[in-house]
Design a protein around this ligand. Structure first.
Ligand code: NIG
Ligand code: FE
Length: 435
């Protein structure tokens, strides 16, 4: 804020401007809209100008920080649109169990998994939780993530879930907020069964009853300017929540004006993508009558969603989030880029960072797996962690591309060409991050 910065003479600025246009071919690099020998001028947190020799064009710019970008590739600030960064405890033992042949579902059935993180999370205070979250969020930022989606989901009753949400807001209220990516919070109360409620239906009922309070908390945080609007999510999967329970929860959330995501079709074709289509279609039909408008933003995971499941969602403007790091660590199938591409769906890529199924908070490694294991193109991968991830959070007007007038966020890393995105698979080549 209140600062002028110029990045000078980058050999490769990947702007993503017009990514959504009709001529864009996701397999070529055209859609990335790359500019060469390019300066970027930022003032008061906004992109003021983008082009060659801006110091000449603009004359006296007064007090300005000049950064020599001649050895940097520049991409829009990255967005991790699926992350579980707030939790306590460790599940490193599960890494060992998986190496011995146990699956994620086996481990959960034996009391590990989400429930074990719930126990550790309940033991700490909200303040301690907030401090733990900050460590993870700072890691994200250091690697170029300027907007971080953060799910609750380890409290598993209304009180403890609220503690998680308040801890997120606490982190973004203090002076440390400057060192964190911007926050896009998601309420994931229905992440697993709650020990306090007999049966999942009763837990859903309790969560639905608490929704007005949760939505109000979200609105207050937006008013204070510490977070973007709160969304809702659910784990729709065999042995977790059913399609009917999910419909009840997400339907209530939409009515309260919350946008929604679904953990869908990860271990089986459990109906998550189908439900997203039903909800989105219903919203379309009732759009004009609604005052508050929640949207169905994304279905996430989707290894078992079919091409036509995804195709139906594409038409309705719902996006899909690929989470290949989970496939890597939990030894489950990767999504197939060919099928996703053929469906026409907008593809975002997230880390799914969490202490169990995907214990690595690194958007670069997720990008690499999306390229090498799922088969997404270089252009699709970069769009997947920038402009399409912004769409996944409903924030594409503010984030995801380098365009005059847009809020300024960018990542500069060592390199000279677009391919250098992959010259470090862990993002060790990041040199500057502008939030
Ligand atoms: O996205 N699939 C459900 N939730 C998480 C796992 C969370 C956990 O194991 O703690 C996921 O992979
Ligand atoms: Fe997840």
């Amino acid at each position: 804020k209140n600062k002028k910065i110029i990045f000078r003479n980058s050999p490769c600025v990947v702007t993503l401007k017009g990514w959504d246009s009709a001529e864009n071919d996701s397999l070529s690099q055209k859609g990335l809209s790359v500019l060469k020998n390019c300066d970027i001028l930022i003032s008061d947190g906004v992109f003021i100008d983008i082009g060659e020799n801006l110091l000449d064009t603009h004359g006296n710019l007064g007090d300005i920080e000049i950064i020599d970008a001649s050895k940097y590739v520049i991409v829009p600030g990255m967005i991790d649109c699926h992350n579980h960064p707030i939790f306590a405890g460790s599940r490193a033992n599960e890494t060992v169990l998986k190496s011995q042949g146990m699956t994620y579902e086996d481990i959960s059935a034996k009391g590990g998994g989400i429930v074990s993180t719930m126990k550790a999370t309940r033991k700490v205070t909200g303040h301690e939780l907030s401090e733990l979250y900050k460590l993870n969020a700072k890691d994200s930022l250091a690697r170029g993530v300027v907007l971080l989606e953060a799910k609750t989901g380890y409290g598993l009753n209304p009180l403890q879930e609220r503690k998680m949400l308040e801890a997120l807001y606490e982190a973004h209220s203090g002076k440390d907020a400057m060192d964190l990516p911007h926050l896009c919070p998601t309420y994931l109360g229905p992440h697993a069964a709650s020990p306090e409620y007999r049966g999942l239906d009763n837990y859903i009922q309790a969560l639905v009853e608490d929704l007005p309070n949760i939505a109000a908390l979200g609105e207050e945080a937006v008013k204070k300017g510490i977070a973007f609007p709160l969304a809702a999510d659910i784990f729709l999967e065999r042995n977790y929540f059913t399609k009917e329970q999910s419909e009840r929860w997400l339907g209530a959330a939409l009515q309260h004006g919350l946008d929604v995501h679904i953990h869908a079709d990860e271990f089986s074709r459990s109906g998550g993508a189908e439900l997203a289509a039903e909800l989105a279609r219903r919203l379309e039909q009732t759009a004009s009558k609604r005052r508050k408008k929640g949207r169905v933003l994304t279905v996430d995971h989707c290894q078992y969603a079919t091409e036509s499941d995804l195709g139906r969602l594409a038409v309705l403007g719902v996006g899909a989030v690929a989470l290949p790091t989970t496939s890597f660590f939990s030894k489950i199938p990767y999504v197939d880029a060919k099928r996703w591409r053929a469906s026409g769906i907008k593809v975002a890529i997230g880390t799914d960072f969490n202490p169990g199924s995907s214990p690595m908070n690194n958007i670069w490694f997720s990008s690499y797996l999306a390229l090498s294991q799922c088969g997404f193109s270089l252009a699709e991968v970069i769009a997947g962690v920038t402009i399409n991830a912004a769409f996944a959070l409903g924030l594409e007007k503010t984030y995801g591309s380098i365009e005059i007038g847009k809020k300024a966020s960018l990542v500069a890393f060592d390199g000279a060409s677009v391919e250098d995105y992959f010259s470090s698979l862990l993002g060790d080549h990041v040199r500057h991050v502008v939030v």
